[in-house]
Ligand binder design. Structure first.
Ligand code: AHR
Length: 312
Protein backbone atom coordinates (compact mmCIF):
# COMPACT_ATOMS: atom_id res chain seq x y z
CA UNK A 1 0.00 0.00 0.00
CA UNK A 2 1.11 3.59 -0.63
CA UNK A 3 1.91 5.74 2.35
CA UNK A 4 -1.33 7.67 1.79
CA UNK A 5 -3.22 4.41 1.37
CA UNK A 6 -1.93 3.06 4.66
CA UNK A 7 -2.83 6.27 6.51
CA UNK A 8 -6.36 6.10 5.12
CA UNK A 9 -6.54 2.42 6.07
CA UNK A 10 -5.35 2.96 9.64
CA UNK A 11 -7.76 5.88 10.16
CA UNK A 12 -10.74 3.92 8.86
CA UNK A 13 -9.89 0.81 10.87
CA UNK A 14 -9.64 3.01 13.93
CA UNK A 15 -12.94 4.78 13.15
CA UNK A 16 -14.85 1.55 12.72
CA UNK A 17 -13.59 0.27 16.06
CA UNK A 18 -14.56 3.39 18.01
CA UNK A 19 -17.55 3.52 20.34
CA UNK A 20 -18.89 6.88 21.49
CA UNK A 21 -21.47 7.33 24.25
CA UNK A 22 -23.66 10.42 23.76
CA UNK A 23 -25.70 11.80 26.65
CA UNK A 24 -28.43 13.71 24.82
CA UNK A 25 -30.71 16.13 26.70
CA UNK A 26 -34.03 14.79 25.47
CA UNK A 27 -36.49 15.79 22.78
CA UNK A 28 -37.72 19.20 23.85
CA UNK A 29 -37.54 20.79 20.41
CA UNK A 30 -37.45 20.18 16.67
CA UNK A 31 -33.83 21.29 16.74
CA UNK A 32 -32.96 18.64 19.34
CA UNK A 33 -34.62 15.91 17.27
CA UNK A 34 -32.63 17.10 14.24
CA UNK A 35 -29.38 17.05 16.22
CA UNK A 36 -30.02 13.46 17.33
CA UNK A 37 -30.83 12.38 13.76
CA UNK A 38 -27.80 14.16 12.27
CA UNK A 39 -25.49 12.68 14.95
CA UNK A 40 -26.53 9.16 13.90
CA UNK A 41 -25.88 9.95 10.23
CA UNK A 42 -22.48 11.51 10.99
CA UNK A 43 -21.48 8.51 13.15
CA UNK A 44 -22.48 6.07 10.39
CA UNK A 45 -20.49 8.02 7.78
CA UNK A 46 -17.37 7.51 9.86
CA UNK A 47 -18.07 3.91 10.93
CA UNK A 48 -18.41 4.96 14.57
CA UNK A 49 -20.63 3.00 16.93
CA UNK A 50 -22.79 5.66 18.63
CA UNK A 51 -24.74 4.87 21.80
CA UNK A 52 -27.29 7.57 22.65
CA UNK A 53 -28.83 7.97 26.08
CA UNK A 54 -31.87 10.26 26.46
CA UNK A 55 -31.70 12.23 29.74
CA UNK A 56 -35.27 13.55 29.58
CA UNK A 57 -34.12 17.05 30.57
CA UNK A 58 -32.50 15.90 33.83
CA UNK A 59 -28.86 16.46 34.70
CA UNK A 60 -28.96 13.56 37.17
CA UNK A 61 -29.83 11.23 34.26
CA UNK A 62 -26.93 12.66 32.28
CA UNK A 63 -24.54 12.00 35.16
CA UNK A 64 -25.82 8.41 35.42
CA UNK A 65 -25.38 7.98 31.65
CA UNK A 66 -21.79 9.26 31.80
CA UNK A 67 -21.01 6.80 34.62
CA UNK A 68 -22.56 3.98 32.62
CA UNK A 69 -20.49 4.92 29.54
CA UNK A 70 -17.36 4.92 31.72
CA UNK A 71 -18.28 1.44 33.03
CA UNK A 72 -18.78 0.22 29.44
CA UNK A 73 -15.29 1.50 28.53
CA UNK A 74 -16.35 3.67 25.58
CA UNK A 75 -13.65 5.48 23.58
CA UNK A 76 -15.19 8.94 24.10
CA UNK A 77 -18.19 10.58 25.71
CA UNK A 78 -20.27 13.32 24.09
CA UNK A 79 -22.50 15.41 26.36
CA UNK A 80 -25.09 18.03 25.42
CA UNK A 81 -25.20 19.50 28.94
CA UNK A 82 -28.72 20.49 30.00
CA UNK A 83 -27.40 23.05 32.50
CA UNK A 84 -23.99 24.64 32.77
CA UNK A 85 -23.03 23.92 36.40
CA UNK A 86 -22.48 20.74 38.44
CA UNK A 87 -20.28 18.77 36.04
CA UNK A 88 -16.91 18.75 37.85
CA UNK A 89 -17.07 15.44 39.81
CA UNK A 90 -18.36 13.20 37.01
CA UNK A 91 -15.93 14.67 34.49
CA UNK A 92 -13.09 13.98 36.95
CA UNK A 93 -14.20 10.34 36.89
CA UNK A 94 -14.07 10.24 33.08
CA UNK A 95 -10.63 11.86 33.18
CA UNK A 96 -9.38 9.29 35.72
CA UNK A 97 -10.33 6.56 33.22
CA UNK A 98 -8.67 8.45 30.36
CA UNK A 99 -11.94 8.87 28.43
CA UNK A 100 -12.07 12.15 26.49
CA UNK A 101 -15.26 14.21 26.84
CA UNK A 102 -16.69 16.40 24.08
CA UNK A 103 -19.44 18.98 24.72
CA UNK A 104 -22.09 19.51 22.08
CA UNK A 105 -24.21 22.65 21.60
CA UNK A 106 -24.10 23.93 25.20
CA UNK A 107 -21.23 24.97 27.47
CA UNK A 108 -20.35 24.26 31.09
CA UNK A 109 -18.56 26.15 33.83
CA UNK A 110 -15.77 24.15 35.48
CA UNK A 111 -12.62 25.34 37.28
CA UNK A 112 -10.45 22.96 35.27
CA UNK A 113 -11.09 23.11 31.55
CA UNK A 114 -8.90 20.06 30.93
CA UNK A 115 -11.97 18.07 32.08
CA UNK A 116 -13.27 18.24 28.52
CA UNK A 117 -11.49 18.16 25.21
CA UNK A 118 -13.53 20.65 23.23
CA UNK A 119 -16.98 22.26 23.06
CA UNK A 120 -18.67 22.35 19.66
CA UNK A 121 -21.14 25.21 20.00
CA UNK A 122 -22.31 28.38 18.35
CA UNK A 123 -21.34 31.71 19.85
CA UNK A 124 -24.64 31.94 21.68
CA UNK A 125 -24.10 35.54 22.83
CA UNK A 126 -23.65 36.42 19.16
CA UNK A 127 -26.92 34.64 18.28
CA UNK A 128 -28.76 36.90 20.74
CA UNK A 129 -26.98 39.94 19.31
CA UNK A 130 -27.91 39.00 15.73
CA UNK A 131 -31.57 38.63 16.78
CA UNK A 132 -31.44 41.97 18.63
CA UNK A 133 -29.80 43.75 15.71
CA UNK A 134 -32.50 42.46 13.36
CA UNK A 135 -35.13 44.01 15.66
CA UNK A 136 -33.23 47.30 15.88
CA UNK A 137 -32.97 47.49 12.08
CA UNK A 138 -36.64 46.57 11.68
CA UNK A 139 -38.36 48.90 14.17
CA UNK A 140 -35.85 51.75 13.75
CA UNK A 141 -36.94 54.60 16.10
CA UNK A 142 -40.40 53.20 16.88
CA UNK A 143 -41.00 52.36 20.57
CA UNK A 144 -41.00 48.58 20.94
CA UNK A 145 -41.99 46.49 23.98
CA UNK A 146 -40.44 43.05 23.74
CA UNK A 147 -41.49 39.89 25.55
CA UNK A 148 -38.79 37.28 25.91
CA UNK A 149 -39.29 33.52 26.07
CA UNK A 150 -36.18 32.14 27.69
CA UNK A 151 -34.83 28.62 27.27
CA UNK A 152 -34.21 26.11 30.07
CA UNK A 153 -33.23 27.81 33.32
CA UNK A 154 -29.50 27.36 33.94
CA UNK A 155 -28.70 26.32 30.35
CA UNK A 156 -25.68 28.13 28.93
CA UNK A 157 -27.54 28.86 25.68
CA UNK A 158 -30.40 30.59 27.51
CA UNK A 159 -28.01 32.67 29.62
CA UNK A 160 -25.90 33.66 26.60
CA UNK A 161 -28.77 34.41 24.20
CA UNK A 162 -30.37 36.63 26.85
CA UNK A 163 -27.09 38.45 27.36
CA UNK A 164 -26.46 39.01 23.63
CA UNK A 165 -29.98 40.25 22.89
CA UNK A 166 -29.90 42.53 25.96
CA UNK A 167 -26.56 43.94 24.90
CA UNK A 168 -27.84 44.73 21.39
CA UNK A 169 -31.07 46.46 22.42
CA UNK A 170 -29.27 48.12 25.34
CA UNK A 171 -27.75 50.45 22.75
CA UNK A 172 -31.23 51.87 21.99
CA UNK A 173 -33.71 53.97 23.98
CA UNK A 174 -36.82 52.72 22.22
CA UNK A 175 -36.61 48.90 22.58
CA UNK A 176 -37.30 47.39 26.02
CA UNK A 177 -37.90 43.91 27.41
CA UNK A 178 -41.15 44.28 29.39
CA UNK A 179 -41.66 40.61 30.34
CA UNK A 180 -39.31 37.64 30.42
CA UNK A 181 -39.86 34.05 31.53
CA UNK A 182 -38.67 30.56 30.71
CA UNK A 183 -40.70 28.56 28.19
CA UNK A 184 -38.30 25.62 28.74
CA UNK A 185 -37.48 25.43 25.00
CA UNK A 186 -40.82 23.67 24.33
CA UNK A 187 -43.71 24.61 22.10
CA UNK A 188 -46.37 23.95 24.75
CA UNK A 189 -44.66 25.96 27.49
CA UNK A 190 -43.86 28.74 25.01
CA UNK A 191 -47.56 28.99 24.21
CA UNK A 192 -48.58 28.92 27.87
CA UNK A 193 -46.13 31.66 28.87
CA UNK A 194 -47.10 33.77 25.85
CA UNK A 195 -50.76 33.52 26.87
CA UNK A 196 -49.86 34.95 30.27
CA UNK A 197 -47.80 37.75 28.64
CA UNK A 198 -50.76 38.61 26.39
CA UNK A 199 -53.13 38.76 29.36
CA UNK A 200 -50.76 41.00 31.31
CA UNK A 201 -50.09 43.32 28.34
CA UNK A 202 -53.55 44.58 27.39
CA UNK A 203 -54.55 41.53 25.38
CA UNK A 204 -51.22 41.69 23.55
CA UNK A 205 -51.77 45.24 22.29
CA UNK A 206 -48.80 46.54 24.30
CA UNK A 207 -46.45 43.97 22.79
CA UNK A 208 -44.39 44.89 19.72
CA UNK A 209 -42.16 41.81 19.43
CA UNK A 210 -41.39 38.35 20.80
CA UNK A 211 -37.78 37.26 21.22
CA UNK A 212 -37.87 33.48 21.70
CA UNK A 213 -34.67 31.62 22.56
CA UNK A 214 -35.74 28.89 20.13
CA UNK A 215 -38.09 28.37 17.20
CA UNK A 216 -40.34 25.90 19.01
CA UNK A 217 -41.28 28.46 21.70
CA UNK A 218 -41.81 31.02 18.91
CA UNK A 219 -44.25 28.62 17.26
CA UNK A 220 -46.10 28.19 20.58
CA UNK A 221 -46.20 32.00 20.89
CA UNK A 222 -47.57 32.32 17.35
CA UNK A 223 -50.46 30.02 18.29
CA UNK A 224 -51.19 32.07 21.44
CA UNK A 225 -51.13 35.34 19.45
CA UNK A 226 -53.56 33.94 16.87
CA UNK A 227 -55.90 32.71 19.59
CA UNK A 228 -55.85 36.23 21.09
CA UNK A 229 -57.11 37.59 17.76
CA UNK A 230 -53.85 39.26 16.73
CA UNK A 231 -51.64 38.64 13.71
CA UNK A 232 -48.19 37.19 14.48
CA UNK A 233 -45.52 38.53 12.16
CA UNK A 234 -47.48 41.78 11.72
CA UNK A 235 -49.14 43.02 14.94
CA UNK A 236 -46.40 41.29 16.93
CA UNK A 237 -43.00 40.63 15.34
CA UNK A 238 -41.42 37.21 15.93
CA UNK A 239 -37.66 36.65 16.09
CA UNK A 240 -36.13 33.40 17.32
CA UNK A 241 -33.15 31.04 17.04
CA UNK A 242 -32.55 27.59 15.43
CA UNK A 243 -33.80 27.79 11.80
CA UNK A 244 -35.78 24.52 11.91
CA UNK A 245 -38.20 23.68 9.09
CA UNK A 246 -41.33 24.64 11.08
CA UNK A 247 -40.21 28.26 11.52
CA UNK A 248 -39.66 28.52 7.75
CA UNK A 249 -43.17 27.15 7.23
CA UNK A 250 -44.43 29.84 9.64
CA UNK A 251 -42.49 32.48 7.67
CA UNK A 252 -44.16 31.30 4.47
CA UNK A 253 -47.53 31.84 6.18
CA UNK A 254 -46.41 35.36 7.16
CA UNK A 255 -46.43 34.43 10.87
CA UNK A 256 -42.70 34.71 11.69
CA UNK A 257 -40.11 37.32 10.73
CA UNK A 258 -36.56 36.17 11.45
CA UNK A 259 -34.52 33.28 12.83
CA UNK A 260 -30.83 32.78 13.57
CA UNK A 261 -29.49 29.42 12.45
CA UNK A 262 -27.99 26.94 14.88
CA UNK A 263 -26.65 23.99 12.91
CA UNK A 264 -27.79 20.61 14.25
CA UNK A 265 -24.51 19.11 13.02
CA UNK A 266 -22.51 19.44 16.22
CA UNK A 267 -21.46 15.79 16.24
CA UNK A 268 -19.66 15.87 12.85
CA UNK A 269 -16.93 18.31 13.95
CA UNK A 270 -16.67 16.50 17.31
CA UNK A 271 -16.16 13.11 15.60
CA UNK A 272 -13.48 14.65 13.36
CA UNK A 273 -11.69 16.12 16.37
CA UNK A 274 -11.91 12.75 18.14
CA UNK A 275 -10.55 10.82 15.14
CA UNK A 276 -7.68 13.20 14.68
CA UNK A 277 -6.89 13.04 18.42
CA UNK A 278 -6.91 9.22 18.37
CA UNK A 279 -4.85 9.15 15.19
CA UNK A 280 -2.20 11.79 15.88
CA UNK A 281 -2.72 12.94 19.48
CA UNK A 282 -3.65 16.42 18.17
CA UNK A 283 -5.56 18.45 20.76
CA UNK A 284 -8.48 20.31 19.16
CA UNK A 285 -9.09 23.97 20.03
CA UNK A 286 -11.07 24.38 23.26
CA UNK A 287 -14.00 25.71 21.25
CA UNK A 288 -15.18 24.77 17.78
CA UNK A 289 -17.57 27.58 16.89
CA UNK A 290 -20.38 27.09 14.37
CA UNK A 291 -21.97 29.86 12.28
CA UNK A 292 -24.88 32.10 13.40
CA UNK A 293 -26.60 33.24 10.22
CA UNK A 294 -29.79 35.29 10.08
CA UNK A 295 -32.62 34.00 7.87
CA UNK A 296 -35.67 35.98 6.73
CA UNK A 297 -38.96 35.05 5.00
CA UNK A 298 -37.33 35.48 1.57
CA UNK A 299 -34.95 32.61 2.47
CA UNK A 300 -37.71 30.26 3.64
CA UNK A 301 -38.46 28.28 0.44
CA UNK A 302 -34.81 27.48 -0.24
CA UNK A 303 -34.07 26.70 3.39
CA UNK A 304 -37.00 24.28 3.52
CA UNK A 305 -35.67 22.48 0.45
CA UNK A 306 -32.16 22.33 1.89
CA UNK A 307 -33.36 20.89 5.20
CA UNK A 308 -35.37 18.26 3.33
CA UNK A 309 -32.21 17.23 1.46
CA UNK A 310 -30.37 16.97 4.77
CA UNK A 311 -33.11 14.67 6.03
CA UNK A 312 -34.73 16.74 8.82
O1 AHR B 1 -28.77 23.91 23.00
C1 AHR B 1 -29.40 24.25 21.83
C2 AHR B 1 -30.83 24.59 22.08
O2 AHR B 1 -31.47 23.53 22.73
C3 AHR B 1 -31.66 24.85 20.84
O3 AHR B 1 -31.64 26.15 20.43
C4 AHR B 1 -33.01 24.49 21.37
O4 AHR B 1 -34.01 24.39 20.38
C5 AHR B 1 -32.69 23.25 22.07
O5 AHR B 1 -33.61 22.60 22.68
Amino acid sequence: ATAIGSIVMSASVMASSLTVGFSQIGSESGWRAAETAVSKVEAKKRGINLKISDAQQKQENQIKAVRSFIAQGVDAIFIAPVVQTGWGPVLEEAKDYGIPVFLLDRGITVDDDSLYMTAVTADNVLEGKVAGQWLIDTVKDKPCNVVELQGTVGASVAIDRKEGFGEAIGSTDNIKIVRTQSGEFTRSKGKEVMESFIKAENGGKNICAVFAHNDDMAIGAIQAIKEAGLAPGKDILIVSIDAVPDIFKAMMEGDANATVELTPNMAGPAFDALLSYKDTGAQPPKKIVTESKLYLPKDAPMQLEMKKDLGY
